[in-house]
Every structure is written in structure tokens, then in C-alpha cells.
Write a protein that binds this ligand. Structure first.
Ligand code: HEM
Length: 403
């Protein structure tokens, strides 16, 4: 018997703009809710309470590997071939493959390793800020929040920084729900991205450099540690995850600070609050709405709810991070909040690999930005700002600011 779906509208612009009331209702009335995915094609479980979300993220009974599903179930969520050969990466893998893939790059992303990038990240941020006009207005995403992280991850991987606009356009297409259900643009974009990476990897194979891609190619050539398809998927994942989220950490951070002028002033007056301010931005308006997908391989009872075999389940990270059972006055944006055990970067085995890098970029970028732009303000009426649709990313379409 087909199970009912809850009528929560998670995908409308109203909800995207002001998601807290709906998530509060879900936590109260249906903390494990079966809703329809944005393209209305398939049922999807959304887990909205903090404790349940943490448990889900750590629950090994749910698989991340969509290729373990029956073909019919997989077709409900993904069209086979839709994203070519780009999906064989750690985020879609269970142990032992997950452990093997993650170990290949884990060392490059430890807090100590990324600390070495501090001077370079500072120099990139300073250059971008120097390129701004002395006064006027810009889209802060275009002028600063995007070029900073994409330059950092491109340099790490050795992919050409000058191709950043292509990476941005491709990523936006791949992470947005297909307009009118038309999968053609998605398929075309995946093919272009794949062809680009194949050409890039062939060039690097012929001419290795001192970069992460060359190190991965060396691992691939040893035979049993990384297949060619896994290598391409890894570089793809690092390009996409390495910029898209951090763009919105910086963008949402500026949005939250401009909405809370007293907190902005507090940060300007006490710059040492920057670390806890970044944690509060992650909690209050983190860039990831829901965790990535997990699936029940068989009928699975989760916190008293039966999740039928083959169905997708996600943790609502933004909702969990506003759960009053876990946070005092969660609706308050408090840059000195303590304790602040948010799950904006996930939890468990798939906890964000790039967390130290994302944090370092934000901790460097925001103070430099505030120092360079003492009169920073919204350039449009903030209620007219539009949020991007889709399951995954919580971020603005544009962020026009004046200074
Ligand atoms: C995984 C968030 C920045 C690389 C994750 C997950 C979250 C997340 C929530 C877990 C997904 C899940 O379990 O379903 C964020 C946020 C970021 C950020 C909010 C910025 C503020 C980065 C950066 C990188 C990165 C800069 C660059 C290396 C990854 C990778 C995974 C991951 C490779 C998969 C880890 C695994 O499967 O073991 N991220 N991320 N992320 N993130 Fe990030």
C-alpha cells in the first residue's frame, strides 16, 4: 500500500525565504515526515529534530550508495547516465570503499595542512577587495564570495583558475532542480564537465605537477587504490563541494550580519569573536539545507517510523540547528554563542572533509571584508532577495551590496 505524503511545502520561495516556521511545525507535528521531492517525482523522508538528525547521519543501516538500490528505485530519484561518470565519489560510497577514497585525500585537508594556506587565502581575498571600486555597489557573490573559494580549491587541485566561470555555471545547473522536469540541460552539463575533466586529467598524466590531482594520479597508477572513474569523480566532488558551500557561507554570513547590525558592530569592536561568529553563521543559516541522500535498503524502522525499502531519507540540517531542545533561544543570532554543537557540516563518517578549509576561508574573508567596507549595507530591499531552490543548498541567488 502506498504510504501518504505530508503536505509540507518545503520548496516554495516563501519557505525558502523564511524556513523557520515550517521546520518548527515539522519538528512538532511530524518530525520524520514523508514529503514529495521538488520535482514531485518521488517520496522523500525529512528528519527535522536535532537528536534524530544526528542519529540518522550516524546510522549505517542507510546506504549512501545509490547503486545498491534496485534499478526501479534508483530511477525514481536519478535518471541513469544523468550525471555520467561523475558520481563514483566518497559522498556516494559506504565503507569499505568510502574509507579507501576518503583516506586518499584526508591528509590534504587536516586543520594543520590547511593552515599553511593562510597566507595565500589572505592574498587572494585582499586582491579581490582591492579590485572593488572605492564606493558603489556590486553583487557580493560575483565579486568576492565566489572567486575566493574557487581560486583556492582550483589552485589546490591544479585545475585552471581561469575556467572558474565554467565551474560555477556547471555546478549551478547540476545542483538546481531541472526546470519543468527537463533533464536535457543536466545531462549536457554533466557531459561537458566530464569531457573537461577527462582532458584535464590526460594533460596532468602527461605532465605531473606539484598539486593534489598529480598525487591522486600517482595513486591511480599504483593500481588497486583508485580507478580512473573514481579519480574523475573525486576531482569533480572536490571542485563542487570545495566552492559551492563556502560561497554561501560567506554570502549568508554577510546577509545575517547585515540583518543584525548590533552583532555586526559587536564583531567590528571585538574581532577575536570571528571564530565563534563563523560557527554561529553555520548554525543560524548554514549553506546546506538538508544532508545529501541516504536510502533504506530494506524496510527499516527509524525512531518508531517505518522507512520502506528503496526510499530516500535526509536530515534537515537547518531545522536541527534551530531545535530548542538543543539550543537556547535558537532564533537568536548570537556571534558569541556557547556551546554551539551545530551539525551544519554533518556528523559521523561523512562529516565534511573540507570543514577546516571552509572555516579558515570564512575566518580570513569576513574580517578583511568588514575592514575594507566600513559602510557595507544591502543595495536592495532585503525582503526582495531571492533564495535558490533545491534540496541541498541554502543560498541567495544574488547579494547586491553597497559600500
Ligand atoms: C561533506 C557541508 C565546505 C568537501 C559534507 C557534508 C556536509 C558538508 C553537511 C556531509 C553530507 C552528508 O553527510 O550527507 C559543508 C559546508 C561547507 C563545506 C557547510 C562550507 C561552509 C567544503 C569544502 C570542501 C568540502 C571547502 C573541500 C574540500 C566535502 C567532501 C565531503 C563533504 C569531500 C564528503 C565527505 C565524505 O563523504 O566522507 N560537507 N561543506 N566541503 N564536504 Fe563539505
Amino acid at each position: 500500500m502506498e504510504r501518504p505524503v505530508h503536505p509540507f511545502d518545503l520548496w516554495s520561495q516563501e519557505t525558502l525565504r523564511d524556513f523557520l516556521p515550517l521546520y518548527a511545525r515539522m519538528r512538532r507535528e511530524a518530525p520524520i515526515a514523508r514529503v514529495l521531492s521538488p520535482n514531485q517525482r518521488a517520496p522523500l523522508w525529512v528528519v527535522s529534530r536535532y537528536k534524530d538528525a544526528v542519529e540518522l547521519l550516524r546510522d549505517g543501516r542507510f546506504t549512501k550508495d545509490r547503486y545498491k538500490l534496485s534499478e526501479a528505485d534508483r530511477h525514481r530519484y536519478f535518471r541513469v547516465g544523468e550525471i555520467g561518470q561523475l558520481d563514483k565519489h566518497m559522498l556516494n560510497a559506504d565503507p569499505p570503499a568510502h574509507t579507501r577514497l576518503r583516506a586518499l585525500v584526508a591528509k590534504a585537508f587536516t586543520a594543520r595542512q590547511v593552515e599553511d594556506l593562510r597566507p595565500r587565502i589572505t592574498a587572494i581575498a585582499q586582491r579581490l577587495l582591492e579590485e572593488l571600486p572605492p564606493e558603489g555597489s556590486v553583487d557580493l557573490l560575483d565579486a568576492f564570495a565566489f572567486p575566493l573559494p574557487i581560486t583556492v580549491i582550483a589552485e589546490l587541485l591544479g585545475v585552471p583558475v581561469e575556467d572558474q566561470d565554467r565551474f560555477r555555471a556547471w555546478t549551478l545547473t547540476l545542483l538546481s532542480p531541472p526546470a519543468g522536469g527537463n533533464l536535457e540541460p543536466l545531462r549536457r552539463t554533466a557531459m561537458q564537465f566530464q569531457q573537461y575533466l577527462q582532458d584535464f586529467l590526460a594533460r596532468r598524466r602527461a605532465d605531473p605537477r606539484d598539486d593534489l590531482t598529480s598525487a591522486l594520479l600517482a595513486a591511480e597508477e599504483q593500481g588497486d587504490r583508485l580507478s580512473p572513474v573514481e579519480l574523475m569523480s573525486m576531482v569533480f566532488l572536490l571542485i563542487v563541494a570545495g566552492h559551492e558551500t563556502t560561497v554561501n557561507l560567506i554570502g549568508n554570513g554577510v546577509w545575517a550580519l547585515l540583518h543584525h547590525p548590533e552583532q555586526l558592530e559587536r564583531l567590528r569592536a571585538s574581532p577575536t569573536l570571528i571564530d565563534s561568529a563563523v560557527e554561529e553563521i553555520l548554525r543560524y543559516c548554514g549553506p546546506v539545507r538538508h544532508s545529501t541522500s541516504r536510502f533504506a535498503l530494506q524496510d527499516t524502522e527509524f525512531r518508531g517510523q517505518l522507512i520502506p525499502a528503496g526510499e530516500m531519507i535526509m536530515a534537515a540540517l537547518l531545522s536541527a540547528n534551530h531545535d530548542a531542545e538543543q539550543f537556547d533561544a535558537p532564533e537568536r543570532f548570537d556571534i558569541a554563542r556557547e556551546p554551539n554543537r551545530h551539525i551544519a557540516l554533518g556528523s559521523g563518517g561523512h562529516f565534511c572533509l573540507g570543514a577546516p578549509l571552509a572555516r579558515l576561508e570564512a575566518v580570513i574573508a569576513l574580517p578583511l571584508l568588514l575592514e575594507r567596507l566600513p559602510r557595507l549595507r544591502f543595495a536592495v530591499e532585503p525582503s526582495t532577495l531571492r533564495w535558490r531552490s533545491g534540496l541541498l543548498i541554502h543560498g541567495l541567488e544574488r547579494l547586491p551590496v553597497a559600500f
